[in-house]
Design a binder for this molecule. Sequence first.
Ligand SMILES: Nc1ncnc2c1ncn2[C@@H]1O[C@H](COP(=O)(O)OP(=O)(O)O)[C@@H](O)[C@H]1O
Ligand SMILES: [Mg+2]
Length: 266
Amino acid sequence: MRRVVFNQKGGVGKSSITVNLAAISAARGRRTLILDLDPQGNASQYLLGEAAEFGRDKAELSPNIGQFFAQSLSFKVRERPLSEFVHPTPFDGLFLIPSNPELREIEHLLESKHKIYKLSAALAELSEQYDEIFIDTPPAFNFYTLSALIASQRCLIPFDCDAFSRRALYTLMENVEETIKDHNPALAIEGIIINQFLPRATLPGKLVQDLKDQGLPVLDPPLSSSVIMRESHQRCLPLIHCAPRHRLTQELVSLFDRLTTPDPAP
Ligand SMILES: Nc1ncnc2c1ncn2[C@@H]1O[C@H](COP(=O)(O)OP(=O)(O)O)[C@@H](O)[C@H]1O
Ligand SMILES: [Mg+2]
């Protein structure tokens, strides 16, 4: 299954959720790929640590998704298949296509040359080699997120229980619905993942209930807020390896099972 984790807002948990669901998937014996489409590269760094860091004196990992897109802008080069851009990770069965900052520079060229279906075709081909594919996206509705929505079969939407985010959520769902209608009828909104939920505070509880009352597809369980997430990032160890028995890890495991186990027939 190809899943995109999408929300135009930053800091809602896209990269954390992508990496942790994918790590759980791999730990369950499913061959799993993460595609990092955010030029910030948080998911790549979470998994590979220093090896994936880049800056003034440090080149980014190569090959990467920026190079995959860039080759489609040149007539001269033979286009390498997406499978050649995959890196192993320290975790069994978990693979990564890293991002790079060049994504920002080539975005307008890709857009003007109508390369919006490039990723979809490449990922469909690659799908045969993986049981699960997760795509992490930048906090924007841009060429890359649209490419990812067109390339996916399911869309997961992390939501951070913020009153301002709620209004943005409606716009976001409209954008996804429009993409389904115009570009990818095979895509379905799988659900909204409530992240950093504070069960004892009244406002988040009411917010979530309101969303459910409106018939929005809120997934259970909500994910707790815990410092273990920061520790997991710092140690470059997804939660299933860093703290397998932690409450937040167990919530993510339940969520993964929920996504991958079909509902019993009524
Ligand atoms: N459930 C959680 N509990 C505590 N901190 C979290 C949780 N989810 C995400 N975070 C923290 O919030 C920040 C933003 O998360 P991130 O996954 O990078 O969001 P995004 O990819 O949407 O920008 C990170 O510092 C991360 O460690
Ligand atoms: Mg991110």
